[in-house]
Each structure stands twice: as C-alpha cells, then as structure tokens.
Design a protein. Structure first.
Length: 266
C-alpha cells in the first residue's frame, strides 16, 4: 500500500481553501501558529480520553481528577504560538470555558458506565479495496453494546452545532461509520453521537443506516477531484473567507501577503 492516505480534515481543508491545503499537504509547511480554540479542543479531548481509559481500568474518577488532568494539559503544553482572534476574550476566558464544558459533561454522564471499546480509535479503510482510495479515521470514542450494536462518539468543542438534517449528511461521521463497519466484522447496527461540550447538548442518530455504495462513490469522487488537483499545485488558489482569521500562512498567501493578521498572541 502507498503511504498516502486521505482523511476528513484533508478533504475539508481543500474544499475550504486550496492554497492552505497546498501549504500543508503538498509543500508540507509546518503551521506557524495555532488558535486558542484549537488548543482548548485538544486539551478537552485529551482529558476525556484519559477519563474513559481510566474507567476501563475500573478506576473511580472524581470531578477533581478530571479537572487536574485538564489543568496539566493546559499548562504543560502551553507555548508562545497560541493565538487569540476574539478581541473581547483572554486566555483565562477560554480556560474557564474549558472547565465549565467539562463540568457539564461530567454531571450528565457520571458514573461513565458506557461499554467503551476504545478511545482515539485509529482505523484505515481502502474504498473498494483500492489503495488509491485509502482513508484514515481517528475516532474519539467507540462503544460496543453487544449483539452487533456499536456507537460512534465525537466530541465537539466549538460554537457550531449541526441540525438533525445536517447531521444526517455529515461527511466526517460518515467516514467514521464506513471505517467502523469495514474494520469490525460483528457490526450490525451503528448509532452515532455528537457531544457539544460548549453547549452541554448531545445529538444522537440511532441505527444510522447510511447507504454504503452511495457513500463510497461520493468519497471516491471527492478523492478523484483532489488527486487531479494535486497534479497542478500552482493552480490552487486562495479562497478568502472568515476562516482566514484562523489561518496563519498570511506571509505566503497570495490573497493576504502584506496584510497584518488580526489575531494576537495569547
């Protein structure tokens, strides 16, 4: 198999901005900075991964244990390249948001008796067994309820929430679903759940039942389009949008060169 693989984040970045995609995936330029929203999400995900891994060892997790884990991640991995875009917010505001979000999740889900199969599950699938269509998924949490019933859980730390109609066409979760049913032979039914930590709400679709062939064909078309574009990287143009404020390649972006980035160091 080739080393090349595709992922939801790769496909989505090309759709959002081909130039940013070129910087990251073709020229492989390291990201010069990262947003504090991204940093907060990483710290929250790590804390919840730790929580469920500890519960699988039959450990009794207290709220203070979870917060201590979050604190160690927040302080231990902090660096000078973390940026803030929102003028009215300071780093302490994001930290407090992280605490409140985890507190709400802890209250809603304690004592965490979910039948967790694993966290940060790394799955690879070749669409139609073709290595040219190799997809990688890293799933926040997968539960095995027995009798062929599984559930996929995705933690969302940002502002945006999907409507039920949007959730049913969500590409990221569909990729996770494909990876799961191709890697776990006992799968008969899959529930999918989005956990919106900031909002304290969950969105669940039971027995999602997406069309397998339609899903595979849709993803192969997306990858075909991307592979064709990869042959002509110089033609990958900038796509200006509000997302530019969370991109830190302005010094090399044709649309932003010479402009001052509005974000500030956290």
């Amino acid at each position: 198999m080739p080393d090349e693989y595709y992922s939801y984040s790769r496909l989505q970045l090309f759709k959002q901005c081909p130039a940013h995609y070129r910087f990251r995936y073709i020229e492989k330029i390291p990201e010069p900075a990262r947003s504090i929203e991204s940093y907060l999400g990483i710290c929250q995900h790590e804390a919840l991964e730790w929580l469920y891994n500890e519960r699988r060892k039959d450990s009794n997790i207290l709220f203070d244990d979870l917060i201590n884990r979050f604190n160690s991640q927040w302080t231990g991995n902090w660096d000078s390249n973390i940026m803030i875009m929102t003028a009215q917010w300071q780093a302490s505001d994001y930290y407090q948001l992280g605490l409140r979000s985890l507190a709400g999740y802890f209250r809603r889900n304690y004592p965490f008796d979910e039948p967790v199969h694993g966290t940060e599950i790394d799955l690879m699938v070749c669409l139609d067994d073709d290595a040219n269509y190799r997809l990688r998924s890293v799933i926040d949490r997968v539960d095995d309820h027995g009798s062929g019933r599984w559930s996929i859980h995705d933690y969302k730390t940002g502002k945006r929430m999907l409507s039920p109609a949007q959730a049913r066409s969500d590409l990221q979760m569909r990729i996770y679903w494909l990876a799961l049913i191709r890697n776990m032979p006992s799968v008969q039914r899959v529930d999918v759940a989005w956990h919106y930590l900031r909002h304290g709400r969950d969105l669940v679709i039971e027995d999602v039942g997406w069309n397998f062939r339609r899903s595979v064909n849709m993803l192969k078309k997306r990858i075909d389009h991307l592979q064709a574009a990869d042959l002509h990287p110089a033609e990958m143009a900038s796509n200006e949008s509000i997302l530019c404020n969370w991109c830190y390649h302005w010094d090399r972006c044709p649309a932003k060169q010479g402009q001052e980035h509005p974000a500030r160091p956290a």
